[in-house]
Design a binder for this molecule. Structure first.
Ligand code: A2P
Length: 343
């Protein structure tokens, strides 16, 4: 079996670490795992895909000989290094927002629009984490009933803010219970305390009162579902949960809906499962959908606010389907479809 040389930019970060883990777990055919990060991490040793690898500083020459580079180091670093990587014949899968809305860059959830990979020009964008999880529930319903509009309220884990977000929640909980912490005062990357709190503010506010994170749900949904007519309103909330995002969705459809058909549409779609027996207290929650590849849908019911409406609750691991898993699935699909430059 052919093996591939894969670079991970941001290998020391929260998503980068999960990419390494998933490449191993899914037995991705790795010939070389090149771990790239900032100068701060250069020289660090990390076990990856069967070898003890030394992390290297990312430079313009880092991509020589690679088939694929998965970037998870923020938009600024993608913008700095993507062109150099592309010139070295390496296909980029980018987790940041840098290229998501670029018309020449496919924005891909493999189960939904994997066919768009055939048109890639060297860069493929991974969607925003909440959008990816929300669409795993919305897409099968859209295919069955035709999605007209939806309202989403997100409950987003701290892992979405990177490794620092996870450390910060830990430290604030410990400080609350007067448990000794690594550092007495952790500088906050959130605008307010996150432990024992909810913050209805992710990313910057825009003039219309929405945040950039909320806009991602609207714009990326339209691009991935290839439908400019779908209307979206979203409120994004950071919650003191470690790594799985939950989203409450109220959706209106073109055709009449019913719960049995909605259930069967979801059951037939790979990547989601119904976890929905309310009387047995069975519904998805962040604790039982962390480190799970599949997203869970529960609380599925008719939405009384619409003529043809459905309401549901979906949970997915932010670090996996929201980022690392989706990126690794894209890499697998690129190989399957023979869409690498080096093939
Ligand atoms: P480093 O650990 O060396 O700072 P997270 O989203 O969890 O905060 O992770 C961000 C990732 O992006 C880390 O792996 C971080 O590496 C990496 N990173 C930050 N700045 C750069 C840079 N200038 N070049 C390459 N990688 C970077």
């Amino acid at each position: 079996m052919k093996k591939y040389r894969i670079g991970i930019v941001g290998a020391t970060g929260a998503v980068g670490q999960e990419i390494i883990h998933l490449l191993e777990k899914r037995e991705f055919p790795v010939a070389e795992a090149r771990l790239l990060a900032s100068a701060r991490s250069a020289g660090r040793e990390i076990q990856a895909c069967g070898n003890l690898e030394v992390v290297k500083e990312t430079t313009f020459d880092s991509f020589n000989g690679l088939d694929i580079a998965i970037f998870s180091a923020g938009a600024k670093n993608t913008l700095e290094f993507a062109e150099a990587a592309s010139k070295q014949n390496c296909v980029i899968i980018d987790n940041s927002s840098a290229f998501r809305m670029d018309k020449d860059v496919p924005l891909v959830v493999p189960e939904i629009n994997g066919d768009c990979l055939e048109q890639h020009k060297g860069i493929i964008a991974n969607p925003n984490c909440s959008t990816a999880v929300a669409l795993m529930g919305l897409y099968p319903l859209h295919k069955r009933f035709g999605l007209k509009r939806f309202f989403a309220s997100t409950y987003q884990a701290v892992s979405g803010a990177g490794a620092e977000g996870v450390i910060l929640l830990d430290e604030q909980i410990k400080q609350h219970f007067s448990i000794e912490t690594q550092s007495a005062q952790v500088e906050s990357i959130f605008p307010h305390p996150i432990a024992f709190n909810l913050i209805p503010h992710i990313d910057e506010f825009r003039a219309d009162g929405y945040t950039k994170e909320e806009l991602k749900m609207r714009n990326e949904t339209k691009k991935i579902l290839n439908s400019q007519n779908i209307r979206v309103s979203c409120t994004c909330v950071r919650v003191p949960v470690y790594r799985a995002h939950s989203i409450s969705i109220n959706a209106e459809f073109d055709s009449p809906v019913n719960v049995p058909d909605a259930r069967s549409a979801l059951e037939d779609f790979s990547g989601v499962e119904l976890w929905d027996i309310p009387n047995a207290q069975r519904y998805p929650m962040p604790l039982n959908y962390s480190e799970k590849e599949i997203c869970g849908v529960g609380r599925l019911r008719l939405d009384h606010g619409f003529e043809n409406g459905l309401a549901f609750w979906i949970v997915g691991d932010q670090l996996w389907k929201g980022a690392a898993l989706n990126a690794v699935q894209i890499a697998e699909e690129l190989i399957e479809r023979k869409c690498l430059k080096t093939l």
